[in-house]
Design a protein around this ligand. Structure first.
Ligand code: G3I
Length: 371
């Protein structure tokens, strides 16, 4: 059980003493150490936000987010299917709300994402000419990156353009625009958003073959005289199998290219899966073993998860002069996409906070690294 959990059950005198010696703020925020404060001299601490969170539907959730994180990435609402639903139609409502949320709560926004082969608007399927794809590509980047220049800290300009072997993924962009499309996306983003940091983002790009492809991409963009400021390693890993050596090697190799390195979608899956990574197109069929912990996570797994997060943050701290940001893919376990992927309706436990925003043993291990 968490050390912070019992404050609400203290008697009146103990409660008064406990709150009097803690810094000002709400009781909720006081009782749980803050990730963003703990690591404020090391790197930014981010989270992915869903619609309800951006809408501030639950004031307690807002308070919690603001107390723990100083950066935020929209989990879905800035993806092209949502922000650019028709050829000439944009829907900026939620993205504008997110920018306002960031301004109000002093949270920096990492835009996600301009060019991605997934969650594309449905009209793309009807397009069969390179000219039309190029027009969409150009107008989309100009309009969206231009609107938020100076309002978001950064953009994931291109997301997941690589295969596992480091070759280019066969996306609609590769098919119609050729493999210079990544450089072209950065060129357009640079023109539309001169005040915004521009990143390439992918999963498994800490793995040697994919990393080599990623390094080639970054070199190619730079050789064209186009700006790229950073590389995002998403960090969708699996309990007991976090590839620490590859991660460390990647931090060093990417940094040597002169780009910032960040962890942009961190979570550690505890449920069974027969592949690694985060390809949203990949699915698994449910069976009797696929949802093993519908009620609670067994202690042995909980401790392994805590040890994994501890080792990971130890590594991040070792390279705190090189790592600029660590963003979790969701605020708490209930929000995680891993409850619905690669199988719908499972109960996953991949983050530092449980379904009630209470700290898990992994949180305590991570915080303890700074004590
Ligand atoms: O909004 C609809 C809702 O109207 C509908 O009833 C419901 C039923 O299927 O679907 C809802 O849309 C879902 C959407 O999330 C919003 O919840 C989509 O089905 C679902 O596919 C979508 O999943 C997102 C996924 O990207 C899609 O590609 C996840 O939330 C999001 O966490 C995930 O994020 C990606 C990163 O952008 C890139 N890296 C990998 C990462 C994890 O897949």
């Amino acid at each position: 059980m968490s050390a912070y959990r019992n404050i609400f059950s203290l008697n009146k005198t103990a409660f008064f003493l406990a709150t009097a010696i803690l810094p000002l703020g709400s009781v909720y925020a006081q009782t749980i150490p803050s990730l963003k404060d703990t690591f404020k001299k090391d790197f930014g601490i981010g989270t992915a936000l869903n619609n309800a969170q951006i809408d501030e539907r639950d004031p307690k959730m807002t308070e919690f987010i603001v107390s723990q994180f100083n950066m935020a990435t929209p989990e879905n609402i800035m993806k092209s299917a949502l922000i650019h639903p028709g050829w000439d139609t944009y829907n900026f409502e939620m993205a504008d709300k997110l920018v306002a949320f960031g301004k109000k709560h002093n949270i920096k926004i990492n835009g996600h994402t301009l060019i991605w082969h997934s969650q594309l608007p449905p009209f793309i399927r009807g397009i069969k000419s390179a000219d039309s794809i190029r027009t969409f590509f150009t107008e989309h980047i100009k309009t969206v990156a231009g609107r938020y220049d100076g309002k978001v800290l950064s953009w994931d300009v291109v997301n997941e353009a690589l295969n596992e072997d480091g070759t280019m993924r066969k996306s609609v962009f590769l098919q119609y625009l050729g493999d210079d499309f990544v450089t072209e996306a950065f060129r357009l983003a640079q023109q539309a958003a001169p005040k915004t940091e521009l990143y390439y983002n992918d999963y498994n790009n800490e793995q040697p073959a994919k990393r080599a492809g990623c390094i080639e991409l970054i070199k190619k963009i730079k050789a064209a005289g186009v700006r790229i400021d950073g590389v995002g390693i998403q960090g969708h890993w699996h309990v007991g199998k976090v590839p620490l050596k590859d991660i460390e090697e990647s931090i060093l190799q990417y940094l040597a290219l002169g780009v910032k390195v960040m962890f942009t979608e961190l979570d550690i899956e505890v449920l069974p899966r027969n592949f690694q990574g985060a390809d949203v197109g990949q699915r698994m069929t449910a069976n009797a073993q696929s949802n093993p912990y519908p009620e609670a996570l067994p202690d042995s797994v909980q401790q392994q998860l805590a040890a994994d997060y501890e080792a990971l943050f130890k590594l991040f701290l070792k390279h705190k002069d090189k790592v600029t940001r660590v963003t979790f893919w969701g605020v708490n376990d209930a929000n995680s996409w891993l409850n619905n992927w690669p199988i719908r309706g499972r109960t996953s436990y991949p983050l530092l906070f449980d379904r009630n925003n209470q700290p898990k043993p992994a949180f305590e291990k991570v915080i303890a690294l700074k004590k």
